[in-house]
Design a protein around this ligand. Sequence first.
Ligand code: AHG
Ligand code: MN
Ligand code: MN
Length: 321
Amino acid sequence: MESLTIENFLKTKNEKGEVGKEVYATLIALCSAAKKIAEIAAVNGIGADSLGSLTGAENTDGDEQKALDVLADQLICNALGPTGISAYLSEERDEAVIFEGSDSQIVVASDPLDGSSNIDTNLTIGTIFSIYRAEQESWLREGRAQQAAGFFAYGPQTVLLITTGQGVAGFCLNTEGQFVQMDWQPQIPATTKEFAINAANSRYWPAKVKRYIDTVLAGVDGPRGQNFNMRWNGSLVADAFRIFRRGGIFLYPEDSRKNYENGRLRLVYEANPIAFLVEQAGGRASDGKADILDITPTSYHMRVPFIFGSTDEVDSYHSEQ
Ligand code: AHG
Ligand code: MN
Ligand code: MN
């Protein structure tokens, strides 16, 4: 049976009224931008300057911008121009880009290049996006109001995980340059034996995080009575895709470092879109207490502690709180 292309998948959703015309156009535009990013990343290091080279600028959140951060952001912004959306929020921009003449109130928030520290190391990087309607001029809405969300991961495969509120669908870029649906229904298993955390930060963690990690490290000899494995990619999209594939728990909690009192990940264009996908795939996403999707954003680049994945394991973390 011929695999469904993203275009036909979205066309059907539009005909069924599951996505409006701006969201439909936006998702097609994001796929075209992602294809360009994948092509550029695949030949990094040949000819032109390294895509991981520092531009000398910092983004609002204080991260040093890499060449591909800025290029990916520009490709996405250019692709969004004709879609009819009202505003574009980006990790790489202080302020929203307002598209004059649009009254759709549809907003796209994006992390144009996730996992920037991995650009020159041939590890999986990605693009994360969130689409919602924002009535007021703040261009912010709580995550539960998202109309669509997803991420592209540029790795051995270029994949797209997407939701418009009726479950999660997975697509893979084929050799003809088409995103075709994978024969896989993304569902996150309720239990897991695998956790993802940057253990190098353990001395900065609050006691509750140490307690939880100590229980999983104790393995079969400890209270959990089973051994766990650990993975940490340094790219949210890579850890997330694995968790959609085989379950797991991802933790980026708050810690005692300066600016990390709410962890590292940003609510509007990292936690919210991933949390929407996770809940749609039967998982749980929290800040350690509240569901991510219920948090009211107060600024574009606000950070949140971010714990997500297999429901029973996220609940185990909560029970240590
Ligand atoms: P970004 O490159 O967009 O700033 O995102 C990086 C994030 C996320 O992808 C990853 O999980 C996390 O930062 C890694 O943080 P550490 O480098 O502190 O481990
Ligand atoms: Mn990121
Ligand atoms: Mn980024």
